[in-house]
Every structure is written in structure tokens, then in C-alpha cells.
Design a protein around this ligand. Structure first.
Ligand SMILES: O=C(O)CCC(=O)C(=O)O
Ligand SMILES: [Fe+2]
Length: 317
């Protein structure tokens, strides 16, 4: 299916666009709202984030992954679920599967970039370009996410869009869970554990996710409830709604299940798969009161909601 995930031209509000046209922006809003209220995913082209920038970021991440395990361990992400979650996670350390422990841990390695770093956390000194390149990518994603949130605020007919956007004022500054995750899925080994996948089925926790991927494997649940491939389309960004925003919008916006499976073809199994996921969260102290004014869900703080979700996710120790 890239079939059922629409491809939308974002030129009207691209990061490069200095002359925003009201009529075009409204048409873009309508297209995006249609996608976000149905399948929950959309491919965007002409966002202003170039594929050369994406590939440069993949390459810098690779330089880190190629370091010896002893080096990478210095930058391990704390396993304590209450700690700020910046850092590296070794292969088969995490299990995102909603069906939990009935699957072996995910066959992936990843690095979460979560500024500002807490005390004791450092950037990989062995790859000096890691910090500036990751932060530059983080900042571009942040800018794009804010444009998308503005469009969503408009699409939901929120009276005070500025106050909605104000709930994201701490992205990258602390007191906000936004992070950029680089993922590396190694070639599939000869013998794979029963039921193991590259990334277990899940929905994302935050508000909005942006995804950049080099090789196939991602699958998304379609409107019929079946997993179908969401293949990489060159020069696009895949965007999806995540759980916090689904709840906040009283289920108008859809947070859709997805996963990354092992490819079938021998050739693809031998390939590394790389992706970059920007998980945009609202501020931890934002109050999630249903945006439509309804009382479908009881109001609670974003922090409380996210903690609930993190605690439900199995992290092997
Ligand atoms: O690697 C991918 O394409 C998707 C990863 C993902 O869904 C996640 O980390 O939440
Ligand atoms: Fe995800």
C-alpha cells in the first residue's frame, strides 16, 4: 500500500517557502486532515528536508555504529525508565511489541538523541560530527513538526492555535520528551529466533512522528485492519499521528499500529536497514484536556500519560 497512505505535496508550507499562500495552505490542511483522521499516516514531498541531508545523517550514525562495543557502551541509554532517555541501545535490548514478551526482542540497534543532555550524559567523542549533524537534523525536524502542528490546529478548528503550539515550547529544552532516534537494523542472520522481527508492532507514544527510511520492511495497519508495506518513497518524509495526540484530539486523529518485519527476498535480507524517527512530544506539564471540548477522556498531564505508556513497554534489562 503506499496505495492507501496518501502522498501529499507540502510545497505550500515547505521549510523553504517564504511566501505562504492562504488558499494553498487551506487545501494542504484539508488533504492532511483527511489522512490523519483515516489511515493516520501520510508521505510528504517537498518538505524542505532534502534526501541528501537524510543520507548524510544516516552516514554519521553509521560511523558511531561501527565503533567497538566497548566504545558504544560508554554512551548507553539508561535503562531506568524514569531517567531521561538519551543514548545508545544495543541490539536486541528493546521490545516494542504490543503483544509483549511473546516475541523475542527487536533485531535492531538504536541511538536516541534527546537534548538537552542530563548530567553525566555525553556525545560520542569518537565521532566528532555526530553531535552537530544530529542536532542539525533534530532542528529541521522540529521546524517541520511545528508547521504540521499548526496545520493540525487549524484543521481541528482550535480557537487558540497559538496556545496549542505553546504546549510544545520546550521541545529540545528539557521538560519535553521529544527525541530523534537513529535506528540500524543489521542484515538478517542465517538463523532467526522464532517470531522475531526488526521492530515489534506498536503505536508511537508522543504527538507526531516523522520517519525517514532507506530500505523496505515497515508495515502499517490499513483501514481493513491488515498489515501492508509502507515502502520508502524517495524524497519523502513519512508522518504519523501518535497516541498522545490521538487521545488529546478525542480520537479524531488516528495513531496507527506499525512494525518492521524481516524482508522476504534474500537480497534484501542481506542489507542493513536504516531509519531516523523524530518523535515530537508536547511539554511534560501540558494538560491534555480534549481539544474538541468534550469529556471523552479525563484531563491529565502529558507526563502522566507518557509514563503510563513507558511502563507498559517491556525493556529487557
Ligand atoms: O524503523 C522504522 O522504520 C520504524 C521504527 C519505529 O516505528 C519506531 O521506532 O517507533
Ligand atoms: Fe514507531
Amino acid at each position: 500500500m503506499s496505495g492507501q497512505i496518501p502522498v501529499v505535496d507540502f510545497s505550500a508550507y515547505s521549510l523553504d517557502n517564504k511566501n505562504v499562500n492562504e488558499v494553498e495552505l487551506q487545501a494542504l490542511t484539508d488533504e492532511l486532515m483527511h489522512a490523519f483522521t483515516t489511515v493516520g499516516f501520510v508521505y510528504l514531498k517537498n518538505t524542505g528536508i532534502s534526501s541528501s541531508k537524510v543520507y548524510d545523517t544516516f552516514d554519521v550514525a553509521d560511523k558511531f555504529y561501527l565503533q567497538p562495543e566497548t566504545v558504544k557502551e560508554k554512551y548507553s541509554r539508561p535503562l531506568d525508565k524514569t531517567a531521561e532517555r538519551h543514548g545508545w541501545m544495543a541490539l536486541e535490548r528493546e521490545n516494542l511489541s504490543l503483544i509483549g514478551q511473546s516475541r523475542p526482542n527487536d533485531l535492531k540497534e538504536c541511538f536516541n538523541v534527546m537534548p538537552p543532555l542530563s548530567e553525566g550524559q555525553t556525545w560520542p567523542a569518537e565521532v566528532p560530527e555526530f553531535e552537530p549533524v544530529m542536532m542539525d537534523f533534530f532542528n529541521s525536524c522540529h521546524e517541520l513538526a511545528m508547521r504540521l502542528l499548526e496545520i493540525i490546529g487549524r484543521g481541528l478548528a482550535i480557537k487558540d492555535v497559538d496556545s496549542f503550539l505553546g504546549k510544545f515550547k520546550n521541545v529540545g529544552k528539557g521538560g519535553n520528551g521529544t527525541n530523534l532516534r537513529s535506528l540500524r537494523y543489521p542484515p538478517v542472520p542465517e538463523v532467526v529466533k522464532e517470531n522475531q522481527v526488526r521492530c515489534g508492532e506498536h503505536t508511537d507514544f508522543g504527538c507526531l512522528s516523522l520517519l525517514f527510511q532507506d530500505n523496505p520492511g515497515l508495515e502499517v495497519v490499513n483501514l481493513e485492519g491488515e498489515y501492508v508495506p509502507a515502502r520508502p518513497i524517495p524524497d519523502t518524509t513519512l508522518v504519523n499521528i501518535a497516541d498522545t495526540l490521538q487521545r488529546w484530539s478525542a480520537d479524531k486523529l488516528k495513531s496507527t499500529r506499525h512494525r518492521v518485519v524481516m524482508p522476504d527476498s534474500e537480497e534484501e535480507r542481506r542489507r542493513v536497514r536504516r531509519s531516523l524517527a523524530f518523535f515530537c512530544h508536547c511539554d511534560s506539564d501540558a494538560e491534555l484536556r480534549c481539544l474538541d471540548g468534550s469529556d471523552k477522556y479525563q484531563s491529565l498531564l502529558a507526563r502522566e500519560y507518557i509514563n503510563e505508556r513507558i511502563n507498559a513497554t517491556y525493556l529487557s534489562g
